[in-house]
Each structure stands twice: as structure tokens, then as C-alpha cells.
Design a protein. Structure first.
Length: 155
């Protein structure tokens, strides 16, 4: 499995994706919060104790969690971490990112695809099961050329 995670960076001419290094550490604590490159105080295998400094005026607290790097994470962990940290994920050539939403609709986790001879990435909302199916090849995205319709079907 080839897993790459990108951080969206906004600048004057629009947005771009900056690839995170393979040794970026993600720690998921007991409450389900994902921390990126935290200060690790102790470690025992993949279980770590991190320094969580959420209150600048008070003392930082210690939290326990499990640590994983991009080089060693599974597909399920990569999707979960990308969703919680609003990162762009590219797994086995499949593209997943957050659609920012608009006045009428809330932001959604989407899969990206390109039409034949196209250069623009189109986004379609997906569930976790559909995203895993797209990665493993059990689902595929079907689209119609002259309409804006597409759907995820079984392969």
C-alpha cells in the first residue's frame, strides 16, 4: 500500500498541497483526538505518553495514546487520521479530501476522481465503507459524460 498524506496550504494564488514526511508521528489519545508530532515523554511499543499543552496559562497535562507514523500505518488508520485532521489522503492512487462546503451544505469527506481526458478533480461524498471499497477495488466510481451525475457502484 502506498499512503501519502498532504496538508493544504493557502497562499496568495490559491491553495496547494504540501506532502507530509513519512516519519511524521500521529498519536491518537484515549479521547480519540489525533495529535501530529507531539512531544513524547515515554513510550512502550506503540503505546506512548505525550505532553498535551492545551492551556497556555496552566500546567500541561499528560495523555496516553497509540502512536503511528505514515510509513507504518494501515489504510483504515490513514483514512481516520486524514478525516480527523482535515488532511488530503492519496492511497494507492485514490484521492480523498474534505469538500469545504458552502452556504447551503456542510463540509463532507469525499473521494476525488478525474474524467477521461480531464484535468480537474471532481469530488463525490463517500462513507468509510465506500472509501475502503474504492481502495481495495471492490467499488468503483461510475460517471456520465454529459451530465454532472456519478455514483459509487460495486466493481
Amino acid at each position: 500500500m502506498q499512503i501519502k498524506l498532504y496538508k493544504t496550504q493557502e497562499h496568495m494564488l490559491g491553495t496547494s498541497h504540501v506532502e507530509l514526511p513519512l516519519l511524521t508521528v500521529f498519536v491518537t489519545d484515549d479521547e480519540g483526538v489525533v495529535h501530529q508530532n507531539p512531544e513524547i515523554l515515554e513510550q512502550d511499543g506503540d503505546c506512548v505518553v505525550i505532553k498535551y499543552d492545551w492551556n497556555p496559562a496552566g500546567e500541561p497535562e499528560e495523555r496516553m495514546g497509540t502512536a503511528v507514523t505514515i510509513a507504518t500505518m494501515t489504510v483504515e488508520e490513514a483514512l481516520r487520521i486524514a478525516k480527523r485532521n482535515r488532511l488530503v489522503a492519496r492511497i494507492n492512487g485514490k484521492h480523498f479530501e474534505w469538500w469545504p462546503g458552502n452556504r447551503r451544505k456542510m463540509p463532507q469527506w469525499c473521494a476525488g476522481y478525474r474524467k477521461k481526458r480531464g484535468s480537474r478533480t471532481h469530488l463525490i461524498p463517500v462513507t468509510d465503507e465506500q472509501a475502503l471499497g474504492l481502495i481495495h477495488g471492490t467499488h468503483k466510481i461510475s460517471y456520465w459524460t454529459y451530465t454532472n451525475r456519478c455514483e459509487i457502484t460495486a466493481a
